[in-house]
Design a protein around this ligand. Sequence first.
Ligand code: ADP
Length: 491
Amino acid sequence: MEINLSKLSFLSDPFIGLSLISLLSVIFFILYTMSKIQTISALKSKINYLNKTIQDLDEQAKLIIKGDMELKLYQQEIEDKLNKLTLIKNLIISSIHILDREKLFLQINERVVNDLGFKKSIILDFGDLEPKTNVGFATLEVEKIKNIFKYKKDLLKGLQLLSSDSDLYKQISAELGGAQLLCSPIRAKGHIYAIFIVSDLIMPISMRRSDQEAFSIIGMYLSQCLENIGLFEDLYHNRDDLERRIKERTNELVKSLREIETISKAKSAFISSVSHELRTPLTSVKGFSSLLVEEKFGKLPDQAKERLIKIDENVNKLMDIVNTLLDISRIESGRMEIKIAPFDIVKLISDVADFLAPQVESNGLQLNLDAPKAVNVFIDKNLIERVLINLINNAIKFTSSGGKITVKVMLQNHKTLISISDTGCGIKSDDMDKIFQEFFRVESTSTQVKGSGLGLSLVKRIIDTHKEKIWVESEPGKGSTFYFTLRPVEK
Ligand code: ADP
């Protein structure tokens, strides 16, 4: 393109040139300003963004501080609860064994009250409102509290913890100069026993839940302790009562025993004197009946002789009974002379077996001895001989033909044990503890087998005087075993 310079000649006009320059300057300025405005607005939005970020950070910092404070408070609360639990644990340890109400209340001392977070505490008797313990309350304050409860203590009935909204609370607090306090009744056996108050928080902050909880637990614990003390007292009184009754019964028994002893002595004395009285005429009757039976006074008619033989047999039995009764009463009264000396019991049994052999044979029985060669024991030989004769004799009497009698000698528990077994009729368990009584005879056998019911009674007394034991084991229809112990001579 070709520019016609002649047409641009106006540029050579100084006015137009200046105007053009000014215009260009303005345009340049506008453009510059616009670019600056853009930069400023970009900076502004950055500043806004930064401001917002700072605000957010501030918010977060506040939240962190708040969280931290809450955590600290929570930590403090946990520490506080832990301290109170330790306090309760220590209180329980120090008072669990206390069985005296006054001593129990003394456990609520200054240290316990302070650990609980309070300066003052009082426990009032619910009846006369007298203080059982007082930590920090001035006499005047005590009087004020007493005066309030004088007319209003019944308001505590049914309550566990006095509410801070109640009029009673407000009145007590007002009387104590607006102090924060906790108050609860202490119950025992379903009745209010005392009023428990703590007041004046050590830390000047409002009451915490943990304060109330710890106070309530201590109140309930004191109630439980009172229950336990009550139960213990009941038990103690019952024991006292039981002991008194046992003493009474023992005294009665001792009295009865003495009476029985007196009666028994009288009975022995009676039996002894009757037996004595009977023995002399019996000896004379025996003498005559023997002479008559032997026909020393001349020949007798057969019928008379037959009767006389019966009379002689019965006189023998009577003499036997009288002699046994005399022996029993002599042993009972301690008049019988007992000579304890070492003796071979196996030899004694063999001698008795030889002596009774004719009877064993005539009854169609078999008698065996199962014993070592010799066993020395401490005995009164004559008396133990009578024991053996009686027991083996009974075994013979109560065992039918073809039966077996076994006598054994054993060592058991440092004692010599003698047993006499038979395969006879046996004894019912009901009768077993009666057979050692005087004149007792088992009904079913008494008619078939002759006897006095005195043999075992004498046997038992002889064993008793040796300070040993005798007992029986038996099964009806199968047989009986009589056992007795003797003191062996140590080798
Ligand atoms: P007794 O033999 O003279 O009747 P005991 O005092 O010796 O008197 O015995 C009392 C009772 O005990 C006997 O009547 C008899 O009923 C019972 N008894 C004793 N020994 C035996 C025995 N070995 N077997 C069965 N019963 C016996």
